[in-house]
Design a protein around this ligand. Structure first.
Ligand code: EPU
Length: 338
């Protein structure tokens, strides 16, 4: 296994921040990592596990060891009457896997087309889009405990999935390296086209003939029309979570702003789109130095050139302050700030 030293992380984060890592390893097999895990070099260094780097903002150099998951493989491991169980190695590109699942008629992931990142990172923040979350299709997450080098299996309940959240983002943060995910995919399609723009995009298609491919194509079109391509303009998708507020607070805001979009999320709570709050606060398409919010989607922060992580972080803090001053709601970053 090759240990690289003092390398730039710019190619490894979609925001395109140029920081350095002291050590860097491309993890190609879990066995080599298990062997390494007892070495003093490994135990003595701070570690960072990196997937596609699409949900991270680096604000400084990383003085430690970066483990980039590069394990590859997609395999149908079993099936029952209603499901296919597909095991996928962590380093597979998420969208590549979604396209393969559509081709194989392993149903369910079509709404999650074109999300940047790797398969191993998907459960960590429970990626979601257009009415579907990856948690709905996860059977098992296999992970290596960094401290002991032991392999462990987590079923969906043990992952404690929530909105853009899981145990791997909370109490187990940084403690495990996810090396494989087993998905439980449908044999009989159960399409979800509840998200209004998706429904509208599929209006022309005869409902009898609707397929996962149609949905995936429509999702790709919607994403391309609203979200910047990280290959073209640095970004990490939604920078903040959509805040969930108490029903009473939401209702009071609705009296003042009757046009405010909102979604009931049960237990007397209401989810408000952060993009709307940022836009109303006058910050959509705004720019400071090399960072700004995207002109077509206010929730996405973009790198206009050679932004530093510090400058992006301070811009994010300004957004939080302005939204708080305007609406009394505190936005929380969805991305990991390091
Ligand atoms: N809106 C604005 N201004 C904008 C953009 C949107 O007012 O600049 C309003 C829209 O009118 C709409 C509402 O905000 O009523 C929601 O916007 P959108 O449908 O674009 O979705 P979002 O809530 O901003 C979430 C996810 C996205 C996911 C989309 C679609 C989070 C944090 N983000 O965004 O996920 O693609 O829904 O399901 O939940 C990501 O996590 O990186 C991501 C891109």
């Amino acid at each position: 296994m090759e240990i690289l030293q003092n390398i730039s992380l710019k190619p490894y984060n979609t925001f395109g921040i140029d920081v350095r890592a002291t050590f860097f390893i491309n993890v190609k097999t879990i066995e080599e990592l298990q062997l390494l895990s007892s070495e003093p070099f490994f135990t003595g260094n701070k570690k960072l596990i990196l997937g596609g780097g699409s949900n991270i903002l680096f604000t400084k150099d990383f003085h430690g060891l970066v483990l980039k998951t590069a394990l590859k493989g997609i395999e149908l491991i079993r099936e029952d009457t209603n499901h296919y169980y597909v095991s996928v190695k962590a380093g597979e590109d998420w969208h590549g896997f979604v396209l393969k699942s559509i081709q194989q008629q392993w149903q369910g992931l079509e709404n999650l087309s074109l999300i940047p990142g790797t398969v191993g990172a998907a459960p960590i923040q429970n990626i979601g889009a257009y009415g579907v979350e990856v948690a709905d299709y996860i059977e098992e997450v296999k992970a290596l405990e960094i401290k002991s080098g032991e392999l462990q299996s987590f079923n969906a309940a043990a992952c404690k999935f929530g909105y853009r959240n899981s145990i791997f983002k909370q109490e187990l943060k940084g403690k495990y390296l996810i090396y494989e995910v087993v998905f439980r995919l449908n044999k009989i399609p159960k399409y979800n086209i509840t998200y209004a723009p998706l429904k509208a995009a599929l209006q022309e298609i005869d409902q009898e003939k609707l397929s996962a491919k149609h949905i995936s194509d429509a999702v790709i079109k919607i994403r391309q029309s609203k979200l910047p391509d990280p290959e073209v303009i640095g970004n990490c998708g939604s920078f903040f979570k959509n805040p969930i507020v108490e029903e009473a607070i939401g209702q009071a805001l609705l009296e003042k702003y009757p046009q405010m979009p909102n979604y009931a999320v049960g237990q007397g709570a209401m989810k408000i789109p952060a993009a709307w709050l940022i836009e109303q606060a006058g910050l959509k398409g705004s720019r400071e130095g090399q960072v700004g919010t995207y002109q077509k989607q206010a929730l996405v922060m973009v790198n206009h050139g050679n932004a530093t992580g510090k400058e992006a972080h301070s811009f994010a803090k300004k957004i939080i302050t302005k939204v708080n001053d305007t609406f009394g709601i505190t936005l929380e970053p969805e991305v990991n700030i390091l």
